[in-house]
Structures are given as C-alpha cells and as structure tokens.
Write a protein that binds this ligand. Structure first.
Ligand SMILES: NC(=O)c1ccc[n+]([C@@H]2O[C@H](COP(=O)([O-])OP(=O)(O)OC[C@H]3O[C@@H](n4cnc5c(N)ncnc54)[C@H](OP(=O)(O)O)[C@@H]3O)[C@@H](O)[C@H]2O)c1
Length: 251
C-alpha cells in the first residue's frame, strides 16, 4: 500500500464492529482517522486509544449521520484540526426492523429508507467540496449481500442498502472526472458485530455450512477490502462492488 501518509479518513460508525476494524487498519496504513460514533463514547475512545497506542493518529467525533447539521459540525471539527477529508468510509448502521413484509408498516420500511439515504446524502455532501478542490477522493459505502440475495425478515435493510448501492454507482459516474472513486463493499454475515449477536447458533451453523471458505467473515476481512479501495493502489476501480462473503453468494 503506497502513499497513504497523512491522508484523513472519516469512518462513520467506528465505535464497533466493521467500522472499528476499518479505523484501526487505515490508521496502521498511516492515515489520520476520524472515529465517528453516535452514543458509544467509551468504545470510540477505546478505538482511538488503541490506534494511538500503536503509534497512529485518530480522533473520536460524536455525530448522528442522519442529521445534516451534526454532520456539518463534525466535518468542521475535523477541518479545524486536520483539514479536509480525503477518504470517506460510510459504515454507520442505523436501526431497522426484522420482520416479514406482511407485518411491516410503511413507517418501518419508509423510515429505514429515509434514514439510510439521508445519512449517505449528508456525509457525501459534506466531504465532497474538499475532495473536489484537490481533485482526489475516495468514497466507500458499506452495503450488504442482502441487497441482492433476500433473506427472511430482512426486507427493510436489504431494500435500503440496494438503494445505497445504486446511489454509489451514480456518484461514481458523476465524480470520476474530479478524481474521486466510489465503491461499495458488500459483506455477508460478519462475526463480532451487533448484527451477529442477533443470529442464533443454528442459523450461524447453517451460514457457515453454506460458505465455501468454511467460516463467517470477521471485521478485519471486510476492513482489508475497504482499505484497498481507500488507498492510492486503487487507481482505476470505481462504481464496483466487492462481495466479502467467503463465497456464500457469487455474483
Ligand atoms: N454485521 C454484519 O453481519 C454485516 C453484514 C453485511 C453488512 N454489514 C454492514 O456493515 C456496516 C457496519 O455494520 P456492523 O455490524 O459492524 O455495525 P455495528 O457493530 O452494529 O456498529 C454500528 C456502528 O454504527 C454507529 N451508528 C449507528 N447509528 C448511527 C448514527 N445515526 N450516526 C452515527 N453512527 C451511528 C454505531 O455507533 P454507537 O456505537 O455510538 O451507537 C456503531 O459504531 C453496516 O453498514 C452494515 O449494514 C454488516
């Protein structure tokens, strides 16, 4: 990995799971990392302390990514300390209901769509001016395999993330002339995340059995792929989707 020294990366939802692993890895690759979180201040501070303890640079910044005023204020704090953001990893996971369409209300489905796209819109709008000015930027969005492959009860998350993935492809087309690449990382089930804790042992066993590589993903598996997209090494991939699922689904 080349040339990352000093780049500023914002990882939304970095107090836990995939976001925390990504923050640690980008810092190890010599980026200065903004660890965004909503409520888990202690966990976010622990991620920052771990990075600093390993000789990296990080800062924790609270902010609800669904609120454009909060996002603007977060970007302003970063700008004052470190300047513009070079890399956005939009990873924060806003709440959603798990239930069949039959039992779902419009407020549940529409609320998730609104949260997902409002957050992506706000963070993207906020980071683009600095990237445009310098003619270089990296946007990476965390999607899910569920946006292509339905699983029982996951219609709200899967539909919202499908919208996010297409949003990213439109951005890739529009932003390429500005030197900004846009890509989506779509994990399958990932261990050591809050979502994983909702899966019972039987379900986990079935998922492992259906995965050619014989285990579930770990947050670090996903972080490695995000880090590639975030790096100078990725000069020519934009508008793509990387499936990090051990072969659970192939597309
Ligand atoms: N886990 C999986 O199996 C899996 C599979 C496929 C895709 N993904 C995708 O990977 C991403 C990360 O998932 P994860 O499972 O690692 O998440 P997680 O462990 O549940 O962590 C979610 C993170 O998002 C933050 N967050 C939630 N709402 C927020 C808001 N409104 N503003 C700012 N931050 C907010 C949380 O902060 P607080 O701690 O402060 O609340 C936390 O840091 C998500 O986009 C998810 O859809 C996950």
């Amino acid at each position: 990995m080349t040339g990352a020294t000093g780049r500023v990366a914002l990882v939304t939802g970095a107090s836990s799971g995939i976001g925390a692993a990504t923050a640690r890895l980008l810092a190890a690759r010599e980026m200065r990392v903004v660890v965004n979180y909503l409520r888990s201040v202690t966990a976010a501070d622990e991620v920052v302390a771990g990075i600093e303890g390993s000789g990296g640079q990080a800062m924790a910044v609270q902010g609800d990514v669904r609120e454009s005023a909060a996002v603007e204020s977060m970007i302003e704090q970063v700008r004052a300390a470190w300047g513009g953001i070079d890399v956005l990893v939009h990873n924060a996971l806003t709440p959603y209901v798990i239930k069949p369409f039959h039992d779902m209300t419009w407020d549940e489905l529409g609320g998730k769509l609104d949260d997902e796209m409002r957050a992506a819109f706000a963070v993207t709008k906020a980071v683009l001016p600095a990237m445009t000015e310098q003619g270089w930027g990296r946007l990476i969005y965390l999607g899910t395999g569920l946006s292509r492959q339905p699983r029982e009860g996951m219609i709200a998350l899967g539909t919202a993330k499908a919208a996010l993935a297409q949003f990213a492809r439109y951005l890739a087309q529009e932003l390429a002339p500005r030197g900004i690449t846009v890509n989506v990382v779509e994990p399958g089930p990932v261990e050591d995340t809050r979502m994983a804790s909702l899966i019972d042992a039987g379900q986990k066993q079935r998922q492992v059995a259906a995965t050619p590589l014989g285990r579930l993903a770990r947050p670090d598996d996903v972080a490695q792929v995000v880090a590639f997209y975030a790096s100078e090494d990725n000069a020519f991939m934009t508008g793509t989707t990387a499936a990090v699922n051990g072969g659970l689904a192939m597309y």
